[in-house]
Write a protein that binds this ligand. Structure first.
Ligand code: KG4
Ligand code: ZN
Length: 343
């Protein structure tokens, strides 16, 4: 590789409970390392203070592994891209400070990346040996993660129009919190997905929101699961154990219905050729299935990222950094983490 003209981006992700680093050469992924913190499992959710400490302990080994796996030298890095926000303040600060120090030491530019934009741009990750088929602009993206749920019209790499978002819980939170009510360990989403495979999605009905416009709400649904279970458990203390698979299938079915209903309303008005799915919850099998089905009904092409790029990862930060590098969109050394950040 000609290291003078090549663009090598190191991406760093530390917004929540995954410490990630990835290296991209001319837009192609060379390495992608993710350390998922398991210290939170015992607490039933992410503990911010523990997350910051785990990032601090892991960031150097993770970045080191990404550089080694990519078989590049630190000196060949063209720019360091990092997640500025949104996310947990302490977690972000570890990644931001590390990225600033590294860029300063390497005398290379620094590039801030918006975590939610990066989830969307994960569709543009090129992996050697696999087909590259990203969505065409403008496209509609349903971003569903542990902290966010948004419907975004993506006009260009740097132009994102938020059409709707959640007014309370995110879709991932709805999965995790209802899983917690069922007594499942954190994060409950993947487990609900697994158990739902053996269950009947029509077994139980839970409340659905009636929110105007393109916004989402999951708090009424969550309360309905809680109250229903309290009632059923009064009648039979073993209710959850006896009906776990059906409960998971019905919960998953309802969350997916809520997500797809609003998306369909958007697609009836915003006619686009391509639709995309992004964020951790896009790993869910029912969400993926229904999304593909909706695309077919609407005559659109569905873009669903590979599993590895659905949940938090640094490859999506590196690819976002790559496009900003091409646009000359760099950040200063005075930049600070932003826990809340507009698109
Ligand atoms: O995007 P992400 O990794 O982190 C955030 O930025 O929030 O998303 C994590 C969320 C968690 O709520 C997790 O339970 C959910 O994604 N998730 C799933 C599945 N895999 C991850 N939810 C349902 N089914 C899955 N298979
Ligand atoms: Zn995320």
């Amino acid at each position: 590789m000609d290291q003078n003209s090549d663009i090598i981006i190191l991406g760093i992700e530390s917004s929540c409970d995954d410490t990630g680093a990835a290296v991209l050469l001319n837009g192609e992924l060379l390495s992608n390392v993710t350390y998922t913190q398991d210290v939170h499992k015992a607490w039933g959710g992410v503990v911010p203070e523990l997350a910051s400490r785990a990032h601090e302990a892991r960031i150097i080994p993770v970045v080191d592994a990404a550089i080694k796996n990519a078989k590049i030298t630190k000196q060949s890095i063209s720019a360091v891209a990092f997640t500025r926000g949104p996310g947990l303040p302490g977690s972000l600060m570890v990644g931001v400070s590390f990225a600033k120090s590294l860029a300063l030491a390497l005398h290379c530019p620094l590039i801030e990346v918006h975590h939610m934009q990066a989830h969307i741009l994960a569709h543009f990750i090129k992996t050697p040996g696999t087909e590259y088929d990203p969505p065409e602009f403008p496209f509609i993206c349903l971003t569903v993660s542990g902290g966010h749920t948004q419907i975004v019209k993506v006009h260009a790499f740097d132009r994102f129009e938020v059409l709707g978002g959640t007014i309370d819980d995110a879709a991932g939170e709805a999965f995790d919190k209802t899983a917690k009510i069922l007594g499942l360990p954190y994060p409950g989403g993947p487990l609900v997905d697994k158990l739902a495979q053996q269950g009947n999605p029509q077994a139980f009905r839970f409340a659905r929101p009636s929110i105007k416009g393109y916004d989402y709400s999951f708090s009424g649904f969550k309360t309905s699961v809680l109250y229903s279970l309290q009632k059923w458990q009064k009648e039979d203390p073993d209710f959850i154990t006896k009906h776990l698979n059906d409960l998971c299938a019905s919960i998953q079915f309802t969350i997916t219905e809520i997500l797809m209903d609003k998306l369909q309303q958007v697609l009836n008005v915003h006619r686009v050729k391509d639709i995309a799915l992004a964020g951790g919850v896009s790993a869910n099998s029912e969400v993926r299935r229904r999304f593909a089905e909706l695309a077919e009904q609407q005559g659109c092409c569905a873009h669903i990222p590979p599993f590895a790029y659905c949940t938090d990862n640094a490859a999506m930060i590196a690819v976002s950094g790559h496009f900003k590098y091409l646009a000359g969109d760099f950040s200063s050394q005075n930049i600070m983490a932003m826990a809340r950040m507009e698109m």
